[in-house]
Design a protein around this ligand. Structure first.
Ligand code: 5GP
Length: 179
């Protein structure tokens, strides 16, 4: 594809790591059922592939959030544009995220979800970009540590496109410059 500058993670690398994560999670939650909370839209591909490798019983729920933009982003204030459909009280909740960058979104969501009294609350992120972190986030499961670059594919968008591409890449700079 013309937009691709460099492939950062191939489809094979991603799928292999997801299988390992699935095995780790299955072992840790043995005998329990898990409520997987997917943060839309970026976490969707990861949720589907990861959950195929989970042996405990799994329930899905979905949330959508939007940032208030630059002025309030530093305070980590995000708006929930789609809330969960079910109560998570007393449940073992695992948040499934595409990428953690500043950590501000998850920092807000963790507080919000904790207040609903789940039995446990953990995070599984496919990608972790620690270079840009503004708040510390306790992440239990990480697929890959990635460099501080703008990444696209496998759930991550560029102007809402390319989420369906099965690998993760950096786009060519001219795609930004032609805006
Ligand atoms: P945070 O609050 O951790 O800064 O924001 C996390 C969200 O920012 C991710 O769920 C994702 O939607 C977006 N994001 C962070 N880094 C990237 C990136 O490299 N590429 C894309 N497409 N989105 C990103």
């Amino acid at each position: 594809m013309d937009i691709v500058e460099r492939i950062i993670l191939s489809e094979e690398q991603i799928q292999e790591r997801i299988k390992e994560l699935g095995q780790d999670i299955s072992r840790d939650y043995e005998g329990k059922s898990i409520t997987l909370i997917c943060i839309l839209k970026g976490g969707l591909m990861f949720l589907c592939d990861l959950s195929k490798h989970l042996t405990p019983l799994v329930e899905y729920d979905f949330m959508s959030v939007s940032s208030y933009g630059d002025a309030t982003e530093s305070s980590g204030v995000v708006r929930i544009t789609k809330d969960l459909e079910e109560s998570i009280e007393g449940k073992h909740v695992l948040i499934v995220e595409d990428i953690i960058d500043t950590g501000l979104t998850l920092n807000y969501l963790l507080k919000n979800l904790h207040s609903r009294n789940p039995a446990s609350l953990e995070i599984c992120t496919l990608l972790n970009k620690p270079a840009n972190r503004k708040v510390e986030i306790p992440v239990k499961y990480v697929g890959f540590e990635v460099p501080n670059a703008f990444l696209v594919g496998y759930g991550l968008d560029f102007k809402q496109l390319y989420r369906n591409i099965p690998y993760i890449f950096t786009p060519k700079p001219e795609y930004y410059e032609n805006d």
